[in-house]
Design a protein around this ligand. Sequence first.
Ligand code: XMP
Ligand code: MG
Length: 174
Amino acid sequence: MHRSSEPFLSENQIQDAVTRLAGEISERYRNRDNLVLVVVLKGGTVFASDLMRQIPLPLAVEYIRAKSYDGIDFLGDVLLPVLPEQPLRGKSVLVIEDILDTGRTTSAIMKTLSEHDPASLELCVLLDKPSRRVVPVDAQYIGITIEDRFVVGYGLDHDERFRNLPEIYTLEED
Ligand code: XMP
Ligand code: MG
């Protein structure tokens, strides 16, 4: 497998989406206390680091790890081996994810976090592949809706490669 030679989404397209999302989130959380961004490892880290620097509000950052893919194949179970360190009870929790695909991982994450009794729980995804959805998931903030393609770059990997690319590419057969 290799990445496409041309970007599927350019750095400008990605950054425009990040800026728009940061504006929506900043507006929505302006008068709310105790905002906690819960970033989904590892893919959400690049997106989250750009996004949080455009949110001029007091906030805390936590990380959660969810693993459902090994290479490109879905393994079935969703594991949550890393959980937030601080109690989320009474906090305004915003989950930051790279991509919403079947919805399995994300719904498991949202269910786990809701059991921590946050004051509110919302979801922000950079990319959404609605045609792949198996489990319904509500995302309040969606960057770019894409067709059913496996994409890499800007945090997204194939076997841990390509996360560092500033653009997003499609994955292609050799
Ligand atoms: P679900 O299917 O549970 O999956 O919504 C969300 C997680 O699956 C991974 N994923 C991808 N990773 N390119 C990737 O690099 C893709 O096109 C892709 N689609 C899904 C990703 O880890 C995401 O958090
Ligand atoms: Mg992955």
